[in-house]
Structure formats: C-alpha cells, structure tokens
Design a protein around this ligand. Structure first.
Ligand SMILES: *[C@@H]1O[C@H](CO)[C@@H](O)[C@H](O)[C@H]1NC(C)=O
Ligand SMILES: *[C@@H]1O[C@H](CO)[C@@H](O)[C@H](O)[C@H]1NC(C)=O
Ligand SMILES: *[C@@H]1O[C@H](CO)[C@@H](O)[C@H](O)[C@H]1NC(C)=O
Length: 398
C-alpha cells in the first residue's frame, strides 16, 4: 500500500501525516489484514510459461482450446485439446492435462486423460466445473460435435475426486439430456455460491450451424443428474445464417455477488457490432430473457472464445482485443459489475492470440487475493503455436 507523495512530506499537514503513519504501521504490523482496495488494481504480467507447444510433442499436431481451473485443494489444472493430425476442429484428439500444486510455479508432465482413437470427428472441449461442496472436478466435452462422418453428437462427462490426479471413465449424458448437438464453454462452468439455487452446477455452451445459440445444462445433485436449462437461440433458428444474423456462440458464465449469472458470449455473425454479447440469468441458469441482453461496445472482439472471472467483486475479461484479427490479448477489469470497464487495459501479448480462460485461487489468504491466472493461445505467426500460462499480479503495477 503506497501513498502517492509528490513534492515530499513537507506539503502534508499533520492530519495527513498521521493517516500515512497509521496506514504504514497497520501495513507493517498486520500485513494479513491489509486489504488492498479494488480501486488500486493495476495488473502486471508477473510470470509466464508455455504449457504446450504445437508440433513439438510426439503424437500431437496442435494444442488448442485451453481451459484453466482452481481445485478444491488449491491446485491449478490446465486442460487442452491435443489434436492428433492437424489443427482442424474435427479429427481425432486427446484431452491433455497438467497440474500445479504450487500456484502455477511448476507443472506436472502432460497426461492424456481421454483418447478418442481415430475418430473422423472426435472430441471437443469443453467446460471444467468444480463442485466445492463435495470436492470434485468435472469435465464436460463433446464427441462428434460437427457430425462430420459420424452421428449422433454426444455430451460426455468425466470426474476427478482426487484433485485431478485420476479420472472416472467417461459418462454419456445423452440419456439425461436427450439427443443434443452441444459443446460446453469453452471455459469453466460454475457452482452457484449464492442463492438462487446455491450449489447448482451450471455449464453453458453452444449448439452448431443452424441450431446455434447459448444453452445451459444444470445439475442439482453434484453432477449425477443433468437437465436442460436456459436457451438463448439464434435467429433464424434451425435455418441457414447470413452475415450479421443473431448467432450467439461460445460463452463464459460467471456468478455475480447478487447471485445472478452473467454470460459473456461470442457474437458469431457480428450482429449489431463487432463486440461481445452479454446476457444475464437471475434464476440460476433456467432462463436467459432477451430483456437482460446487451451488446458491450467496450469489448471489441474478432469473434472468438473469451475469458471472464468475478473475483472479490471485480469482473475480469480477456480476449484478443481487435475487431478483425486474433491479436492483442488484453486483460480488462470492471469495478461496476460489467456496466463499465476501467480505461487502463493491460496487454498480455501483442501478437497472435486466440482463446483464453481465467481462474484464481480463493483460500481467502492475502496472497491468493493478489493474483489471477490466464491461460491462452499464443503465437508469433499463428495463435495456435503454443498454449501459455500467465500469472497476473493484480497490484503489481504500483
Ligand atoms: C451416447 O448415447 C447415445 C444414446 O444411447 C448413443 O446414441 C451415442 O452413440 C452415445 N455416444 C457415445 C460417444 O458413446
Ligand atoms: C489492443 O487493445 C487495446 C485495448 O482494447 C486497444 O486500445 C488497442 O487499440 C488494441 N491494439 C490493437 C493493435 O488492436
Ligand atoms: C455490483 O453488484 C453488487 C451485488 O449486487 C452490489 O452490491 C454493488 O453495489 C454493485 N456495484 C455497482 C457499482 O453497481
């Protein structure tokens, strides 16, 4: 905690000096109680490391679609698709995982937790959701999402109850959800921490081609049973789209402190603006009324999956901040629940950059309050060259 002092102490009156002294003393005597205010947020890229490099690791051609989450035990888990033979969205893939138990300083070697074999249209990520009430981590992914030389499309789930070390066999959720062309996220799902529907798991994603839109699947029993919740359908629904049609696509939900869920959405056909669509659910993900939808002109976007996080009352957002190209990966933050954004955005990477996902640790310790973590697609010529992990010090810039 630093006071800005211009011209030295001589300009300060006795009252100010006393305040400065007591602030200094309280900071020195009880660092654990020194809560930095959100107004002092001034993020600094603190350290960064590449978790995956495309083309350089054996059986994988391209790593894409990075997800990042905290775990109930305070570890970090990073996931990505390991695309076996090309950079294409279709084709056979692994789900790659790395794990950090020291707040992102070091990472386990890559393990492949799912291998879809030789499928022409294999798996797609996906959302990771942490159930803090029972201490589990759930990963939702799809098989045959594009229905390229395969059918039907399936929504699948795997679960870890040991902090991401081992994973259950895949479960096919088609029986519970019905036949559905759906891919979650990509990003994280949430467990509701506040009412309504405290404890509910909410995973939102999108449909495909004609049947696109934002759809949420919900579970009120820690992932045993899933059912279909809110739908925000594209227009015209189930019909071929034209440029500038309303076509909400990949999305990231976050829970706000009033218990509402704000979903930040990819605006696939640039309806109304080259910017993000934002829609809000006040009933725990059961509905997404059009009355609660707006276009966030400040969040200029090249049509991409973006990252969002609500931490200690501050809303964070990452995307390649450019209306044409996937370059300029930028972190923004809002002190007003997303109704406005601070002017001082922080550039994480100027060059090619694509999908991103944000998380943070939340033990309540002063240390954990200071950092957020961003995983994103990063390259020099193309954004899919590497997947990078960035540790951001929220108060590091001052
Ligand atoms: C999931 O279950 C449905 C319905 O039984 C089935 O048609 C589909 O092939 C299954 N998907 C996978 C990947 O096993
Ligand atoms: C990068 O993003 C910032 C913040 O949105 C913006 O002001 C700047 O013009 C962008 N630069 C490029 C090259 O897109
Ligand atoms: C943001 O939302 C919280 C929770 O509803 C509320 O207490 C706070 O006043 C809001 N902040 C602003 C600036 O609107």
């Amino acid at each position: 905690m630093k006071n800005k002092v211009s011209g030295g102490l001589s300009n300060m009156d006795a009252g100010n000096r006393l305040t400065a002294l007591s602030l200094l003393l309280s900071a020195v005597l009880s660092p654990g109680l020194c809560i930095i205010s959100p107004a002092e947020i001034d993020p600094l890229l603190y350290e960064e490391q590449l978790l995956w490099v495309s083309g350089a690791q054996g059986q994988v051609n391209t790593y894409r679609i990075p997800l990042l989450t905290f775990t109930p035990e305070g570890s970090l888990l990073a996931f990505a698709e390991g695309r076996k033979s090309s950079a294409s969205d279709v084709g056979a893939k692994f789900i790659a995982v790395r794990r950090s138990t020291d707040k992102g300083a070091t990472w386990s070697p890559t393990s492949f937790i799912i291998d879809d074999g030789l499928q022409p249209d294999g798996l797609n990520l996906g959302s990771v959701v942490v159930d803090e009430e029972v201490g589990s981590v759930i990963l939702i992914y799809s098989i045959c999402f594009h229905q390229y030389l395969c059918s039907p499309s399936s929504t699948m789930m795997v679960e870890s109850t040991d902090d991401g070390l081992s994973w259950s066999p895949p479960r096919n959720l088609t029986e519970q959800l019905g036949a559905k062309i759906f891919v979650a996220g990509p990003g994280f799902g949430i467990q509701k921490r506040y009412s309504p529907a405290k404890g509910r798991l909410v995973v939102c994603g999108h449909g495909t081609i004609e049947g696109d839109g934002v759809f949420c699947i919900l579970s009120d029993d820690h992932g045993r049973n899933w059912y279909n919740g809110a739908a925000l359908k594209s227009i015209p629904y189930n019909q071929k789209k034209k440029p500038q049609d309303f076509n909400p696509d990949e999305c990231q939900p976050v829970e706000m402190k009033d218990g509402s869920i704000v979903i930040n959405v990819r605006n696939q056909n640039n309806y109304h603006c080259r910017c993000r669509v934002v829609v809000r659910s006040y009933d725990g993900g059961l509905s997404l009324p059009i009355d609660n939808l707006f276009f966030d002109y400040a969040l200029v976007d090249p049509v991409v999956a973006a990252g969002a996080l609500q931490k200690d009352g501050v809303l964070y957002f990452t995307n390649p901040s450019n209306d044409q190209h996937r370059i300029n990966l930028t972190l923004r933050w809002s002190l007003t629940n997303g109704t406005s954004w601070e002017n001082k955005a922080v550039q994480i990477w100027a060059g090619p950059s694509g999908y991103s996902c944000i998380t943070s640790l939340d033990s309540g310790s002063p240390e954990d309050r200071k950092y957020i973590f961003v995983i994103y697609e990063k390259g020099h010529k193309d954004y899919d060259e590497t997947v990078s992990f960035a540790k951001i010090h929220l108060y590091g810039g001052r």
